[in-house]
Design a protein around this ligand. Structure first.
Ligand code: FAD
Length: 389
């Protein structure tokens, strides 16, 4: 066991990636790491459009354009999220307890999902067919207009508004500290971590402007969605972007995701607009989303449909795909961990510090999160061992 002081880990970013990394690091060790999350947006800032995590669907549904790393991360994440689905064993007595349990039960759930395609080819060979539950190719009779093929399966669906606070609560219970602060630069974070510390860069779109990283391959993919009240809808459906029926220049993707809580809420999507930073709602796009989603469920075309909310989120994408990588950097550091950086900060010396990058997950941050976090944790372990050796 560690006799020496714990290693200071400063995680930049309080989105699903930073939080899940903190979860894995704080679970896998016995006081080996002392973890601080430093972020401009906190997991409780659920109305902030400055980060992506509050705005996700979010479900586990493969998107395409895969390499081996993505397969691995998504398999790990599916299995983890499936194992987290509450079994419903807990029964409440008091009213207050009941509310807590309802929230707990709705962090994630298994949901049937129908994905439609303009082709029937290759659907029985989809890579994830043995991973998700109850996978089958749909009969022609089950298809919606415009679709030539489709698959049905059970997958995991998360509600970010419940899942992010749940992750944060877990971390709080484990003594992870949260500091709400924007970092200008990697050096500022390194100074916080101190000599021998580690910086994890999970800043997503922030990696474009974080001094010392300035990754210009990072770009937004705008996603507009609507939350409606439609309690009769019990299944997810999607007509993915690759489909020719959606105009790629307009970035139309069509999907609906019922949420377990609040009861009756259904998320309708959406758009997939690369390099578009606009965070205001476009109401003509919203009309188009409603119209396209009505193909899944006719009640969405009803004049009486209650619209609860319009959302816009920016997916933090990266040309070349996500970056999970260790980088050793010479940065100005202090000799010890500092709780808060009070400018002007005067580093005591240059030091070699481990920086682990974990950003650029674009449309799939939730479904990559547990796999990505395990990868980051093992990179930290192996690099630390080699440093100490
Ligand atoms: P973010 O959530 O953007 O968090 C970045 C963090 O870094 C924030 O805390 C921010 O404040 C902080 N930060 C940035 N710069 C600095 C700085 N300089 N100093 C301090 N802090 C900084 N994914 C799925 O897996 N499944 C889905 O179904 C799905 N659907 C989606 C639907 C929509 C409409 C959208 C918009 C996204 C969807 N996503 C989905 C994608 C998912 O939301 C993202 O991939 C994921 O949230 C990215 O998480 P992150 O932690 O990397 O980034």
């Amino acid at each position: 066991g560690p006799v020496s002081a714990p290693t200071q880990v400063v995680i930049l970013g309080g989105g699903v990636i930073g939080l899940t990394i903190a979860h894995v690091l704080s679970a896998s060790t016995q006081g080996e790491y002392s973890i601080t999350i430093v972020a401009r947006d906190m997991p409780s800032d659920l109305e902030s459009q400055s980060f992506a995590s509050p705005w996700a669907g979010a479900n586990w549904s493969p998107i395409g354009g895969y390499d081996e790393c993505t397969y691995r991360r998504e398999i790990v994440t599916f299995n983890k999220l499936w194992s987290l689905i509450p079994t419903g064993m807990v029964m409440a007595s008091s009213h207050a307890m009941q509310i807590m349990i309802i929230l707990h039960l709705s962090q994630q759930q298994a949901l049937p999902f129908r994905v439609y395609y303009e082709t029937a080819e290759g659907l029985d060979k989809l890579w994830y067919r043995n991973l998700v539950r109850d996978f089958r190719v749909m009969d022609a009779a089950e298809l919606i207009s415009g679709a030539k093929g489709g698959v049905y399966f059970n997958t995991v669906s998360l509600n970010p508004e419940l899942y992010l606070p749940w992750l944060a609560a877990e971390l709080n219970a484990r003594g992870v500290r949260f500091v709400k602060q924007r970092m200008q630069s990697l050096s500022q974070a390194a100074a916080l971590a101190g000599a021998g510390g580690i910086v994890v860069n999970a800043t997503a779109l922030g990696a474009r402007s974080l001094i010392g990283v300035e990754d210009l391959n990072v770009y937004p993919i705008r996603g507009q969605t609507i939350i409606v009240h439609a309690p009769s809808i019990k299944e997810c459906a999607a007509f993915p972007l690759e489909s020719k029926s959606s105009d790629p220049s307009r970035g139309e993707a069509t999907y609906m995701i019922p949420r377990p809580y609040p009861v009756g809420h259904v998320l309708l999507g959406g758009t997939y607009q690369p390099d578009n930073w606009e965070t205001a709602t476009d109401f003509s796009i919203a009309q188009g989303i409603l119209k396209r989603c009505a193909a899944f469920a006719p009640e969405l075309a009803s004049k009486d449909l209650r619209i609860l909310k319009h959302n816009v989120g920016l997916r933090p994408a990266r040309k070349g795909g996500p970056r999970i990588e260790v980088e050793w950097r010479n940065l100005p550091i202090k000799d010890a961990f500092a709780t808060v950086i009070a400018p002007p900060f005067t580093p005591s010396r240059q030091g070699r510090i481990m920086v682990v990058h974990a950003y650029g997950f674009g449309p799939a941050g939730y479904q990559n999160s547990w796999g990505a976090a395990e990868e980051v944790a093992s990179l930290i372990c192996s690099n630390f061992d080699s440093m100490e050796a």
